[in-house]
Each structure stands twice: as structure tokens, then as C-alpha cells.
Design a protein around this ligand. Sequence first.
Ligand code: FAD
Length: 526
Amino acid sequence: MYLNADQLPDNTLLQGFDLCIVGAGAAGLAMAKRLAGTSVKALVLSSGLPSDRGRPDAARQAVYRGTIGPFLQKVDAQFLERSRLHMHGGTTNHFGFWSRPLDEVDLRPRPGYRDAHWPFGLDELVPYYRAAHDFGRFGPFNYDDIAFWERVLYARCFPPLPGDSLTGAVMHAQYEESLHDFQVQFADELRAAPNITVLFNAHLLAVESTAGKDHVTGLACATIEDGRAGRRFRVEASAYVLAMGGIETVRVLKLSGDLGDNRKGHLGRGFMVHPLVTSAARVRFSRPVETEICNFFRDQQVRLQPPQTEGGEYVHVSAPLVNPEDIFNYCVFNAWGVLVPKAENLEAEKIGNFRLILRFSPARDEAIVNVNWEQLPNENSAISLNPSQLDPIFGQPVTHLDWRLLDADKRTLARALELCRAYLQARGATAFDLITDLSGGADHWSFAPDEGALATGDHHMGALRMSAGSQDGIVNPDSRLHSVDNLYIAGCSVFPTGGFANPTLTIIALALRLADHLRAALTTMP
Ligand SMILES: Cc1cc2nc3c(=O)[nH]c(=O)nc-3n(C[C@H](O)[C@H](O)[C@H](O)COP(=O)(O)OP(=O)(O)OC[C@H]3O[C@@H](n4cnc5c(N)ncnc54)[C@H](O)[C@@H]3O)c2cc1C
């Protein structure tokens, strides 16, 4: 059911729900979809409107204003407002659904801030990854079947050589808006589900809890009307999930009296993005690289016909379809290859994971190397409140984001490029010229407008890290705050480490896992 909070009388108390999910982006909507049609009576608070699509309303987006530290100022001064969208569907309105699951090696410990590793292995996530993968209509869940993707892409990765440190891997993307805008993809199902109420124009201001801050008693909420704070209302449920994105969720916990700060001062620490240098190096070859190899690294549209018989294969079809209706049965998306470190090399190097994209010139004798890598957990990279500046709508302190890197992050980029150089020289590269500046440490980079500038991938991870023990993180392996018995977090902020993969497939997988956990827990609750 769809409802608008504008229609509620001022100071309404909404109660009788098993679950309240706050935030209707990738994580919140994935949970709502999973719970649709179950016995869990869930209320979803969406900050936006049912008609939202594309760009947010400027007045509402102003809630996302904030202040940033000097380093982020140099890299991306607009980061807080540019990299997230305050609207129905959240940031899925801008994303291209670039996807790949984390690798097993990504779940293992990384050096850095406290004990950073995932409290379970990949097996725990795989069933949820499969379901998340279906949201993108990506066909077979076989990212590691390079032979399959080489066939589909009419391509071949560089042939392996003894002593290689790098290997090929595959990425997917879904650029079809009706699939990547989750509020569009799931609208009919959520509107029809008898157990789901989506409440629009609903903004969480603070989470109310017991004196001991170990149990949530309700949510203080408000609407936005004519660009200003509108009517107030309160929500009570048995359990609550905050799914407001990797930065805003932290801000609201801080606005709620540092709720969940189980080891004083750690709430909001360890914030990570995926650093990125689009033009890191230029590589030249003595003669054109084979077309098939260049094809491996090209972002190509693929059209897979689902298996015709039980256990059969997906088949790539390039011929025009005779019956245009058939297109709806096919999986249409994009795929391409990247170079990544072999797991054993990565662990030995004690650096973050990374991926290299090669952009070949039309003559195929030159390529630009694009590097995107894993930031290591860093205590001093943190989200806090800035009480000297208030948001223009609700008048609450804005976010202050002090994103920082470590020397080890610079080392990851340097090592990624060294390994790339060695790999390509063994395959006929005659020159490998750095474009980006590798000298200096954590604060020394090429900054825009230089070619080779450091950029931030728009992924907000780590500030509410998941950990087995309460000494190492904020949420437990069920995504529940260690110190609060009925408050859960969905989204990137729970990632203990980030790998190189774009995070939303993992966000969705974790959200589906949390939905199943809550369904079981709420059904057995007295
Ligand atoms: C340009 C761009 C391209 C991207 N491309 C990719 C990609 O290809 N692949 C990938 O994996 N990731 C990509 N991302 C990142 C991806 O969009 C995010 O990882 C994902 O949307 C995060 O999901 P989320 O549900 O945690 O947050 P969001 O999708 O941001 O949703 C949060 C929701 O909570 C709402 N909200 C916030 N505060 C409140 C409040 N106080 N009360 C109520 N509701 C609130 C917001 O309005 C929003 O609806 C991209 C991001 C950008 C900016």
C-alpha cells in the first residue's frame, strides 16, 4: 500500500508494525520486496514521492548538505551532495548497476583500523548474491566462468604466463532504467503487497531509545512541506532498520545521542570509498593488440537467451530477434573484463584489492590504464556532526565528513601499476608511462584538473562496521547494533572491508539476508 505522510494529522502515532524500515533506496527497497507477501507487517519510510525519478527535488536534496575535511575538499568538493540522492529510490536513480560480488579474499582480514574482516565466509552470502543478481536480470551467476564470458564477448583475456600476478575477471552493468531504478522495478509489487505500507514524504529526525540506550522505543519523524519542516509524527514498531545510505544513517545515530556507540568515540569511524584514478598510466605496444583481447576489456551489451531445457546453458544471441516480444524473455545487460590480482598475491602484498580497466585506442597499439582500488580501514577517516551548521529544512546539525587515506592506500595504487606494467611488458608492451603522481604519501596525489587525478568512487562504506565482537565494530553479524536489541542497519556502512567490487550487489545481498533474519525473528517473537 502507498500512503502519503502529508495526509496524516499533526502528531499522529503510527503503531502496530512488526518492522519499520527507514529509507527507500537500494537496501530499503530490496528488504521491502523480500518481505512483500509474508506475515511481517512492515512500514517503509520513504523520504521522496511516488513520482520521483531521475533527479531529486533541489529543496529536499539540501538535507544532504554538509561540511568536509581539507583532503576531500581537494578531491571532490561536491561529494556530499553529488554522491547520494535524497528521493524515492535513493541513489539507484543515478547508478549503472555495475556489479560483481566480493571475492573470498575480500572477506579476510585487512591491515588498518581495529580487527577488520567479515565475520563469515562467502558461502553465507552466495544464496543472497544469486537473488541480488536477479534484480539486475544478469542471467547466470557465473562471474568466474571466464571461458563463458570470452565466448559471449567474442573476446579473450591475455593468455596466462608462468609467474603472472594478475588475472582476468568479469563485471556486469544494467543501464536499463526500469531495472536500475529500484522504485520503478518494485513499484507494482510493493503497492499491491497487503503487509507492506510505503509512507512517502516521511523523514526520520531521531531514534528514541530507553535511558540505557539499549532498546529503541520509537522514531520521531516529520514531513517536508513547501520546502520547510512540516507535520510531525511518530512511529512505533517491534524492530527497526535504518537504510538511509552510508553517511545519513550515521548522522541520524549521532543526532539520536550517539546511539550504538558501544565503544565510545568509534561510531562513524573507518569511513571508506573506492578511490579511483581514471587515467593512471599510458601503455604502448609495438604492434596492435589482437581485436579479441581488446574486446575483452570493452563494455559490451550482451543478450542471453535463457536455457531452453532444464540444466541447459544461457546462449548469447546477436542476430535480430524475429519476434520482438522475445526480447522480454532475454537477459539484456552489459559485461566486460578487467585485470585483478591473484588472491595469493594480494594477501602476500598486504595492500587493498584492485581492478584495472584497459581502454584501448582505435589503433589497438595503446591503452589508458584505469585503476579502482580498495581503501584500507582508517580510524581517522570519519563522519561526525558539525553543530555550527544546521540543515536548511529541519535545523539539525549537518554531517562533517573527514575522508582520509593512508600511506598504504598510495602503496596499493603504486603496486597495482607496477604489477600491471610487469604483466603487460610480458605481453609485448614497449612503454608504460605514468600519468598520475605516485610520489609522496597519503596526502600527495594528482588533483583535478590534472589528467591522472584522484577521484572518489561514489561508495560509502565502513563507518558502522560489522564485527563478531563488540570491541571491533558497531553491528553484529546479523546487522544489529551490538548495543541495541531491536535496531538494525542495512547498507554499505556495515562493510568491514570493501574489496574493489562496486558495492550495491553486496548491499542488496546483505539486505535480503537481513530480511530473512528478521522474518524468522519476528515470527517467533512473543
Ligand atoms: C553516480 C553514481 C553511480 C553509481 N553507480 C553504481 C554502480 O554502478 N554500481 C554500484 O554498485 N553502486 C553504484 N553507486 C552507488 C549506489 O548508488 C549506492 O551504493 C546505493 O544506492 C546505496 O544504497 P542505500 O540503500 O544504502 O542508499 P541510497 O540508495 O542512497 O538510499 C537511501 C535512502 O534513504 C533516504 N533517506 C536519507 N535520509 C533519510 C531520513 N532521515 N529519513 C528517511 N529517509 C531518508 C534517501 O532519500 C534514500 O531514498 C553509484 C552512485 C552514484 C552517485
